[in-house]
Design a binder for this molecule. Structure first.
Ligand SMILES: [Zn+2]
Length: 409
């Protein structure tokens, strides 16, 4: 079979490993559907000549032993779980292209010096336990035995209980943790945004996974009757909040159009009735940028603007940082090898940041890590209409293959 047909076959099989949903694919970790998808990939790994194993939390691995058994491994892959009603490429693209690289190595009679491993991680999306990147954190070592009792799913079962049921399918499960002999980890992933497609560029080379700051902002005013309190005599918490939201949006758009994002994803008015002036408005701000400085500057702006609005609107504004995650740098040498591979193959590429979190950000804590982005149609993701062209899947596979050959030298 040609490369494109094999990629298509794998993606279409995984697309159909889904619990019933209105549209798209729903394959949550530790479900029967997930087991079916994982087993399919394991079978494909076996057919490609890889030694297959599964660790205690359900990550799957296919190893192709290198000429030097003492050399550290080169690992590539992504996650196999999905959000609800997802598309067929987020995560899967990285697993399927990695698998295809293994088949290409076999077909081309290419024996690597380093061992090469295809990886499919579990529970990256956080759909079941409200905590993202569990599978990769287990491999990296920051999530372990103790934590199995601390996270529980929506139906109240702990991860340990769920694993006991899940692992009945595959027992005994070999443990795999804190492997230190890793030369590099590369994750191919869909861009999940519109930039590559709009510029007509084949490959994105990730420089950084952006810093993410979450602010919780509460504006407090004074409630009143919507008909009896004159417009000039109000302490409207809603209006205070809306002013701050609009000002923040304008400030980020004007000053950081290419380098930061600000999103108001949640907003709540109290008491929340149509004939009452709001006494309280709380909302969230999600700030992201490759540069922590940008986040600090935007946060300072929000604080100074809040002071003005407090005076203008007669309200009090409280701003709290709910979480702050620093940017994660991808390895420079791997970035250069990806670029070199694109140049040699005649594909266009662009260095860019990832606005979304990925398994790669966990692996980057311990090992040299890189990410290859492939364009996705109109940037649609976490949606049944998510789409990557087969041509772009094949280009991504080519670049991944070439980069691994360079890394092996
Ligand atoms: Zn993903």
């Amino acid at each position: 079979l040609a490369i494109i047909e094999r990629l298509q076959q794998d993606i279409e099989f995984l697309r159909n490993c889904s619990e019933p949903c209105e549209a798209g694919t729903t394959r949550l970790s530790y479900t029967n559907e997930y087991r079916k998808g994982a087993n399919y990939i394991k079978k494909q790994m076996e057919d490609a000549g890889l030694a297959v194993r599964e660790d205690s939390v359900g990550n799957i691995y296919g190893l192709l032993e290198g000429r030097d058994p003492y050399a550290p491994k080169i690992i590539t892959g992504s996650h196999l779980d999905t959000v609800r009603c997802a598309g067929a490429f987020d995560g899967m693209a990285g697993v399927v292209c990695a698998l295809e690289v293994a088949r290409m190595l076999r077909d081309n009679g290419e024996r690597l010096n380093h061992s090469f491993e295809v990886l499919g991680t579990i529970e990256e999306e956080g759909s079941s336990f409200g905590q993202v990147l569990l599978g990769s954190q287990f491999i990296e070592g920051s999530f372990g035995e103790k934590e199995l009792d601390l996270v529980s799913s929506n139906n109240g079962k702990t991860l340990r209980q769920i694993l006991t049921e899940y692992s009945q399918y595959e027992s005994p499960m070999p443990a795999c943790r804190r492997e230190d002999k890793i030369k590099a980890f590369i994750e191919l992933h869909t861009e999940q945004g519109p930039i590559l497609e709009s510029l007509g560029i084949d490959i994105g080379i990730v420089e950084r996974i952006v810093a993410i700051s979450w602010l919780n902002i509460t504006v407090t005013g004074f409630a009143g009757h919507s008909g009896t309190v004159p417009m000039n005599n109000r302490q409207d918490a809603g209006i205070g909040a809306f002013n701050l939201i609009v000002d923040t949006n304008r400030f980020v758009k004007e000053n950081y159009a290419e380098s930061a994002t600000a999103t108001i994803g949640q907003i709540k008015l109290s008491p929340g009735s149509s004939n009452c002036i709001p006494s309280k408005c709380s909302f969230t701000v999600d700030l992201r940028s490759g540069e922590i400085n940008n986040i600090e500057e935007i946060t300072r702006y929000i604080h100074s603007q809040a002071l003005c609005i407090e005076k203008q609107c007669g309200v009090a504004i409280d701003i709290r940082i709910a979480s702050l995650k620093h940017p994660i740098q991808m390895d420079k040498q791997i970035q250069n090898l990806i670029k070199q591979s694109c140049n040699e193959l005649g594909y266009t590429c662009k260095q860019m940041n990832s606005g979304a979190g990925h398994d790669a950000m966990i692996f980057a804590r311990r090992w040299k890590t890189g990410m290859i982005f492939i364009p996705c149609v109109r940037g649609i993701t976490h949606h049944p209409e998510e789409c990557v062209t087969w041509e772009n899947m094949a280009i991504g596979t080519d670049v991944l293959y070439k980069t691994i050959l360079h890394l092996d030298k």
